[in-house]
Design a protein around this ligand. Structure first.
Ligand SMILES: Nc1nc2c(ncn2[C@@H]2O[C@H](COP(=O)(O)OP(=O)(O)OP(=O)(O)O)[C@@H](O)[C@H]2O)c(=O)[nH]1
Ligand SMILES: [Mg+2]
Length: 285
């Protein structure tokens, strides 16, 4: 008798969804940033342990959209909630109590799947300031101290339905390596480029040659305006080299091979606001 189910990781931007995905599956799949709205497309991570296969879907943060890309991100998060067998609804422990998920997400009706409220970043709350929580009501976790991660994993495993597995037991992800390569370039852009610039950036992997040694990856960073191109490249190419090095190291960890990352910067005017551009970039089907 096996269990298998989809667990959506949902909540506001920046509450620690991608960090929790990585802690639950034990691999750095989702990109993490101190800046909000880093996840744009749900990232799926698989964990098969004993009789149970958990299919985690790390959603974009739920927010009131201000432009087309944010609308697309919200739709993707809502679709993942609708598909889920269990919803892990994340909220920082320092901001206890969490509003209800329908309230936060602006849902007319509650989601079909049961909701486990997960209070995150517990390491930031001193013991004396901890709110009273009944263990049955909510989970408390920290990816920094490791508190609550094993208990949450066990709780989610018990909550998914009895069903056949959908993936091989040793499979870790469902998205292709080139998706992760592009995501890791974006993560490096979030880490190394100033303030608002990462929001105007997206990355497309145009070539991924695994037969080459080192693995050859050609990727394009798209910006929205010509003036941003120079900022991404930086003085003497310094900024783009920093981004490229960080991204390459992260990709090498995942593919366990040496990688040559050939990065280019191009302008795709106002891509965040235009359906045609969002389609071309894979955000819209
Ligand atoms: N101290 C502490 N920081 C955490 C913890 N979990 C996440 N963070 C930090 O919180 C920030 C946001 O984490 P993410 O995992 O990117 O959050 P997210 O919910 O996926 O964010 P979006 O994808 O932008 O919606 C990062 O700087 C993380 O390092 C935690 O348990 N403790
Ligand atoms: Mg995220």
């Amino acid at each position: 008798m096996t269990r298998c189910g989809i667990v959506a990781l949902a909540g506001r931007p920046n509450v620690g969804k991608s960090s929790l995905l990585n802690a639950l599956v034990g691999e750095r799949l989702g990109i993490v940033s101190p800046k909000p709205q880093s996840t744009r497309i749900p990232v799926v991570g698989l964990l098969t342990d004993g009789e149970t296969q958990l299919i985690f879907s790390d959603c974009p943060g739920l927010l009131e959209p201000a432009y087309r890309l944010q609308e697309v991100m919200r739709q993707a998060a809502l679709a993942a909630l609708a598909d889920a067998d269990v919803i892990a609804y994340l909220h920082p422990l320092s901001e206890h109590p969490a509003p209800s998920l329908p309230q936060l997400a602006g849902l007319a009706t509650p989601p079909r799947a049961p909701v486990v409220t997960v209070y995150t970043k517990a390491d930031r709350v001193p013991a004396a300031d901890r709110p009273e929580l009944a263990p049955s009501d909510a989970a408390v976790v920290s990816v920094v101290s490791g508190e609550g991660i094993d208990a949450l994993r066990a709780r989610l495993a018990a909550a998914v339905p009895i069903a056949p597995w959908l993936y091989d037991a040793d499979q870790l992800a469902t998205q292709p390596l080139r998706f992760f390569a592009a995501e890791f370039v974006r993560e490096a852009a979030f880490a190394h480029l100033s303030q608002e610039l990462p929001y105007s950036i997206t990355c497309v992997v145009e070539e991924f040659r695994e037969s080459a040694d080192p693995v050859y990856i050609r990727a394009v960073l798209y910006v929205e305006r010509a003036s941003q191109k120079g900022m991404v490249i930086g003085q003497g190419g310094h900024a783009i080299r920093t981004v490229g090095t960080a991204a390459r190291q992260r990709i090498e960890q995942l593919v366990q091979r040496r990688v040559y990352l050939d990065l280019h910067v191009k302008v795709l005017p106002a891509w965040r606001r235009r359906d045609a551009a969002l389609k071309r970039l894979g955000y819209l089907s």
